[in-house]
Design a protein around this ligand. Structure first.
Ligand code: 13P
Length: 248
């Protein structure tokens, strides 16, 4: 009932022209699969994404958005701009932004509100750092992040929200959460969503796993009952790997 989503987070990789060629190759080589494909690319690549991917069934989006609607905010990119470029999704609260740019849960909530004004689906990232996991406090930490990041946020339907569980210790490290550990967290997130938005909403909300997802571990992760796909960094940069993830 929940459509699998394989979302590639390109982070700060590839030039716009490299991206354009990659998008074209994806359109040509895309396997026949039920999984939804989406690419979260740098702002500079979005116009090419729209040009090449429009009407292909493949979605695209951004990795961040401004918390402001418009104005004197040098360097910022608004939800209206993303909407105009056809973005279906935007990542908010990625741990790299939380740590390198000191983004708070309150700021993340503001960004979600801006996206929802334009019906852009936020992919809300949550997840614990290593020391929290080692202290056995990962559930309360991650659910606390979820609660604070969704304060005042009321998506119109479950189609307007994606949650990504990304344990910080698994990002770019080659260390993946075991399918069982990830599933336990995803189940807890779904239960929390049910308390917050109701059971029907929670049952239809997609919860992605992120953190060193690769073609050789994706099937085990994605086959867990509460894992609805992945938010994939490194492996989404290589077309062959990304195609294999769509088939996992
Ligand atoms: P890696 O897949 O490279 O570990 O990155 C995960 C991530 O941060 C996706 O948002």
């Amino acid at each position: 009932m929940r459509k699998r989503l394989v979302a590639g987070n390109w982070k700060m990789h590839k030039s716009p022209s490299e991206a354009k060629a990659w998008f074209s190759a994806l359109v040509r080589q895309r396997p026949n699969t039920q999984a939804e494909a989406a690419l979260l690319v740098p702002f500079t690549h979005l116009a090419y994404a729209k040009e090449v991917l429009e009407n292909s069934g493949i979605h695209w989006g951004a990795q961040d958005v401004s918390a402001h609607r418009e104005g004197a905010y040098t360097g910022e990119v608004s939800a209206l701009m993303l909407c105009d470029l056809g973005c279906r999704y935007a990542i908010v609260g990625h741990s790299e932004r939380r740590s390198h740019h000191a983004e708070s849960d309150a700021l993340v909530a503001q960004k979600m509100l801006r996206l929802l004004e334009f019906s852009i689906v936020p992919i809300l990232c949550v997840g614990e750092p290593l020391e929290v996991r080692e202290a056995g406090k990962h559930l309360s930490y991650t659910l606390g992040q979820l609660e604070a990041s969704l304060a005042g946020v009321e998506p119109a339907s479950p189609a307007h929200l994606v949650v990504a569980y990304e344990p910080v210790w698994a990002i770019g490290t080659g260390k993946t959460a075991t399918p069982e550990d990830a599933e336990a967290m995803h189940q807890a997130i779904r239960q929390w969503l049910a308390r917050r938005y109701g059971t029907a909403f929670a049952e239809e909300t997609r919860i992605l796993y992120g953190g060193s997802v690769k073609p050789d571990n994706a099937t085990a992760l994605f086959s867990q009952p509460n894992i609805d796909g992945g938010l994939v960094g490194g492996a989404s940069l290589k077309l062959d790997d990304y195609l294999r993830l769509l088939l996992a």
